[in-house]
Design a binder for this molecule. Structure first.
Ligand code: COS
Length: 387
């Protein structure tokens, strides 16, 4: 699969692999389970230049590339999930600025994010607005030269460690009472209180917090008022396929571990890899991983070519890859038998880490909704039905 990519992308993948194996893997061993971004991880990611593909060259990146974003996530997610989350949040918090930022917003924030000097987050979800983004209740009131924002955000990844983020809030007007707008917020602005760190089943920096009279200068409004919903959707379009890439990376690690284990574990006088029951599991795993990987990079290539079907393909890739990876990792645990459910085993960790991927950045059910809607839209365009 990777040999089909341009040579520069293959070389980029090699550099990611080298970083993952020689720097990230030992660091992961040293840091273990964390629910923040420890200084050593923050520094390691910054030194590795890994954030480059998330940002244009003019703002300190190496050029926005969905393919390379996927290559990074596939390479690091199976090694250390907290590193993958940090990378993904830099994209979720940075891409809206790439898409809609003014020249001065881009110049002020993007080089900092590209270099890893600041970490970002994406504040969309609320207690009453998970899948249903339009139910969002946090409100920004126009107060002259600034907005005053009040509300509550939940399940905000990197919310504890991030220095800044993009926050979505309602800005109702008489013409559009449902309008959503996006704001660049900084952690040291008064009114931002991270008051509840949520503990997930796997390592993850994730919080809930109250926003109380958060004063955001008007110059931090991102794009025109009311453009927030589309901006959020466009950001998810890019990042969803990369969730699929992270899932592929986790499943690949589970397959590698399973191969190793099955070749050395002897039962009934033979290594268990010699039994068809194991071989068939491995065959299913590699097939699903290859299928998922193909869908992920197809979506990424379409995104990089600004193909209008990228939304459809991003959802297909996210849905298939996260579901397939979950099945693969479950099989890996089965191959490992008792050792697979021992706390601290790699496959046990992956079993916990893969589960949230079927939920965040749009559940599998939401992806199905988007896929069906995109299909219908395409059909209507190509073949309008006459009454
Ligand atoms: N790119 C650009 N515009 C988009 C878009 C996209 N990917 N998706 C939707 N839009 C536009 C639509 O074209 C429509 O524009 P008009 O009003 O001009 O016609 C508008 O946005 C509303 O779209 P739609 O009617 O499809 O919105 P819905 O409220 O039905 O919701 C879903 C759409 C369910 C897809 C959306 O709410 C969603 O993605 N939910 C999941 C959220 C999520 O992933 N949460 C996790 C948060 S991050 S961890």
């Amino acid at each position: 699969m990777f040999t089909l990519l341009p040579l520069e992308d293959q070389e980029f993948k090699e550099r990611c692999l080298q970083y993952a194996r020689s720097v990230l893997a030992p660091l992961a061993k040293q840091l273990g389970d964390v629910n923040d971004v420890p200084e050593a991880l923050r520094a390691s990611l910054a030194d590795s230049d890994i954030y480059g593909p998330l940002f244009p060259k003019a703002y300190g990146g190496t050029g926005l590339s969905a393919v390379r974003i996927c290559l990074v996530r596939e390479t690091i997610a199976g090694i250390y999930a907290p590193a993958d989350t940090t990378f993904a949040m830099q994209g979720l918090g940075g891409y809206p600025i790439v898409l809609a930022g003014s020249e001065s917003q881009k110049a002020r924030y993007l080089p900092e994010l590209a270099a890893g000097r600041r970490l970002s987050t994406f504040c969309l979800t609320e207690p009453e607005a998970g899948s249903d983004v339009s139910a969002l209740q946090t409100e920004a009131r126009d107060a002259g030269d600034h907005y005053v924002i009040n509300g509550r955000k939940r399940f905000i990844s990197n919310g504890y460690s991030a220095d800044m983020g993009v926050l979505f809030a309602r800005t109702p007007t008489s013409e559009n009472p449902m309008a959503l707008s996006a704001f660049i917020v900084e952690k040291d602005m008064t009114g931002w209180n991270v008051d509840w760190r949520i503990e997930l089943m796997a390592s993850h920096d994730i919080v809930e917090f109250e926003i109380k009279d958060l004063h955001v200068p008007k110059e931090n409004l991102l794009g025109p008022p009311g453009a927030g919903f589309k901006l959020a959707m466009q950001t998810l379009d890019l990042m969803r396929m990369s969730v699929g890439a992270a899932a592929v990376g986790m499943a690949q690690t589970a397959l590698d571990e399973s191969m190793r284990y099955a070749r050395k574990r002897v039962q009934f006088g033979r290594p268990i890899v010699d039994y068809q029951s194991t071989g068939f599991k491995l065959a299913d795993m590699v097939t699903e991983i290859q299928a998922a990987r193909s869908l992920v990079y197809l979506a990424a290539i379409k995104k990089d070519r600004a193909d209008p079907s990228a939304t459809l393909h991003s959802s297909i890739a996210k849905m298939y890859a996260t579901e397939a990876a979950f099945r693969c990792i479950d099989q890996a645990v089965q191959i490992h038998g008792g050792m697979g459910v021992v706390k601290g085993a790699t496959v046990e960790r992956l079993y916990r880490e893969i589960r949230p991927l079927r939920v965040y950045e749009g559940t599998t059910e939401i992806q199905k909704l988007i896929i069906a809607n995109q299909l219908l839209k395409e059909a209507k365009k190509n073949e309008p039905l006459t009454p």
